[in-house]
Design a binder for this molecule. Structure first.
Ligand SMILES: C[S@@+](CC[C@H](N)C(=O)[O-])C[C@H]1O[C@@H](n2cnc3c(N)ncnc32)[C@H](O)[C@@H]1O
Length: 271
């Protein structure tokens, strides 16, 4: 897919579904587990349009100071709505351009260092995690939300529910090849979520804790929930192959459904 040059990665590839990735009560629970109310300064690496830091912000101390960093040439810096969101919550937001492999910050700078679906796109996610450990304060916390995207390749839905073993295997093989090609091109590892807790442990993080996001977004007719509408709009606008076209057809007939399963790891550690 050729992305328009004038849009950032985030603007091009993100759909509104990102606003519905977590159950609110699950985030409440995670904020308690991570003791976010102890912390005031947060760095969001590979921030994109700040979907992730916007979700975490309400759990931080009042007048929180958020630094949002991305390496994208064209990005959300000029997006006033994002600034308004932080300002309306009496918090500050500063955008910084930088590379996740070499963070442009002093050692021990932030209470919370975090990223969401960023390590899977990096040439060297381990190096980036080592940098996160460097810039987090000694009593702070590093929190990463990263998926295993390969799981998606074996999920059943109303289109492929009766497919043969061969067809499912072929589908999985095709996704696995894409994942390997991405790795060979040094563009990241789509299933890095599986390796996250192990890599943090290897790097000497303390108290490594690993959870799975409990949110599912099943797509069920009549597709009337806002999160379903966001997913449906994505399916309708991003059909790339025959299977996608079948999904599109079934959506138009009102017969498409899926269970909405994902595998998103939430892993934290301290130094
Ligand atoms: C899938 S998006 C996630 C955005 C955001 N974290 C969210 O969850 O909405 C990945 C982001 O990482 C950024 N990114 C990719 N490689 C990077 C790097 N080496 N350094 C900093 N940011 C990077 C991209 O520009 C993009 O905004």
């Amino acid at each position: 897919m050729n992305a328009p040059q004038t849009l950032s990665h985030s603007e091009t590839y993100f759909h509104d579904g990102r606003n519905f990735w977590y159950n609110e009560d699950f985030l409440d629970l995670m904020a308690k587990r991570w003791s976010l109310n102890r912390y005031k300064t947060m760095l969001d690496i590979g921030c994109g349009l700040c979907h992730w830091s916007k979700l975490l912000l309400p759990y931080l101390q009042p007048e929180a100071e958020v630094t949002a960093m991305d390496n994208d040439e064209v990005w959300a810096e000029g997006d006033e709505q994002i600034f308004d969101y932080f300002e309306n919550r009496s918090s500050s937001l500063e955008f910084v351009k930088g590379d996740a492999h070499r963070l442009p910050f002093e050692d021990d700078s932030f209470d919370v260092v975090t990223c969401q679906t960023v390590l899977i796109h990096l040439k060297n996610p381990e190096k980036s995690l080592a940098e996160m450990k460097r810039v987090v304060k000694p009593n702070g916390i590093v929190i990463c939300a990263e998926p295993n995207n390969l799981v998606q390749a074996i999920l059943k839905d109303s289109v492929n529910r009766k497919e043969s073993i061969e067809a499912t295997t072929e589908r999985f093989e095709s996704s696995l090849s894409s994942e390997h090609l991405k790795q060979m091109d040094k563009k990241g590892h789509n299933s890095f979520g599986d390796l996250l807790a192990g890599t943090m442990t290897k790097l000497g993080f303390q108290n490594v804790k690993s959870y799975l996001n409990d949110k599912l977004t099943p797509i069920l007719p009549p597709y009337d929930k806002p999160e379903q509408a966001a997913a449906i709009s994505f399916y309708l606008n991003n059909a790339e192959n025959e299977a996608d076209e079948l999904i599109k057809q079934q959506i138009e007939n009102g017969t498409y459904f899926n269970g909405g399963g994902t595998m998103m790891y939430l892993v934290s550690g301290q130094k």
